[in-house]
Design a protein around this ligand. Structure first.
Ligand code: NCD
Ligand code: ZN
Length: 356
């Protein structure tokens, strides 16, 4: 493959970490996600959270209603398959896990340390209190998805991911040596190295913003709330390592956008919400990142093969074509109740687009 490649057809990708939100927000987020992705792993941090199979089933039905009500092409509607997650709380039971494993719709369980991020107040306060639940996950081969940040007030926000690796993940791995784990949205070389040092049951997702940007983009020349997400963007040396591992062809690293919509006025505020919205433009964003290091040929593995492999699912059969024709990221999208949604890189031009 050469730098001059101008068109790339890959197997249809999946998004292994997305926030679709709920109710009227779904009218915007579902068609955006379904236009590019077949399977999406839907994060459970709703208010109230998705805590058991009944919640997951009801949430999935609301997603499908909005899919059917959208004007998305019939073949994209038919291909879209939202896979659900349960939100682990201090009160999750072994029975919740067993029912999830048998449900056919729950793909994984998500652990948010309490207070780590948006709507995580119900998250786990003490990992040691979850031993029986972790054993049940391990027994049923249900992956544990981690928001990998410690949450103690005194820990510097830029150190929270590394501290989680050292203080929490290292312990989980020792106690549950065959538990499948995804470190979600990794942001540091420490996380990349940690995952590389483990067996193939430990993997990581990487977002477009952590491949394309670093904390200077967030903070130099004025604070840019649309680059604010959690875990927060780190220094450039970390960004470079993430780009290295994502484009290395190593199947431990795969696509998870962490597309996390918040209405524009909730981000452009004195206390702005964390989350970058990328569902509609994720593929051109990733293509731009991969092409920036001459590795566009590695995109298909990252976007369309490695995640399915990790989850033990077949790869998709349809394809999507990316083309090196510039596209402008919309300045905003209409969101619910008359609000708007500002995407990552709003108004900017990307060199790659999706071929119609
Ligand atoms: C996510 C959200 O808004 O739900 N925000 C974010 O910055 N990534 C939560 C999360 O995944 O941490
Ligand atoms: Zn997320």
């Amino acid at each position: 493959m050469t730098d001059s490649m101008t068109e790339l057809t890959i197997l249809q990708p999946d998004d292994w970490h997305i926030h679709l939100r709920d109710d009227s927000a779904l009218a915007t987020t579902v068609p955006h996600a379904a236009s590019s992705f077949n399977r999406v792993i839907c994060m459970p941090n709703l208010v109230p959270p998705v805590k058991n199979v009944d919640d997951a089933r009801a949430y999935r039905a609301r997603i499908m209603e909005h899919l059917q009500a959208s004007d998305l092409a019939a073949e994209r509607q038919a291909a879209f398959d939202p896979r659900m997650t349960l939100y682990l709380t201090d009160r999750t039971t072994v029975q919740d896990i067993e029912m999830a494993a048998q449900s056919g719709i729950v793909q994984a369980v998500k652990l948010y340390p309490a207070g780590a991020t948006t709507n995580s107040a119900d998250g786990v306060t003490d990992i040691n209190a979850c031993v029986d639940v972790f054993e049940a996950l391990e027994r049923h081969n249900l992956p544990l998805l981690l928001h990998g940040e410690v949450t103690q007030n005194h820990v510097d926000i830029f150190d929270r991911e590394k501290r989680f690796l050292d203080e929490v993940l290292a312990q989980i791995i020792i106690k549950f040596p065959t538990l499948k784990i995804v470190m979600e949205h990794i942001t540091t070389s420490d996380a990349a190295d940690f995952v590389l040092a483990q067996g193939n049951h430990i993997a990581a997702t990487i977002t477009p913003q952590h491949l394309m940007f670093n904390r200077n983009h967030l903070l130099v020349g004025g604070i840019k709330p649309h680059f604010y997400c959690l875990p927060i963007l780190k220094r450039e040396s970390h960004q470079k390592v993430l780009l290295d591992v994502a484009t290395s062809g190593n199947p431990k690293f795969f696509l998870g956008t962490d597309s996390a919509p918040h209405a524009t006025d909730k981000k452009e505020a004195a206390c702005g919400c964390a989350g970058c919205y990328s569902a509609a433009t994720a593929l051109p964003l990733y293509a731009t990142a991969f092409d920036s290091v001459g590795k566009i040929d590695k995109l298909e593995g990252f976007a369309s093969r490695f995640g399915a492999q990790f989850y033990g699912l077949p790869v998709n059969e349809s394809t999507i074509t990316l083309i090196k024709t510039p596209m402008q990221v919309p300045a905003g999208y209409p969101y619910f109740d008359g609000s708007s949604l500002t995407p990552l890189m709003a108004g900017e031009t990307l060199p790659w687009s999706i071929k119609a």
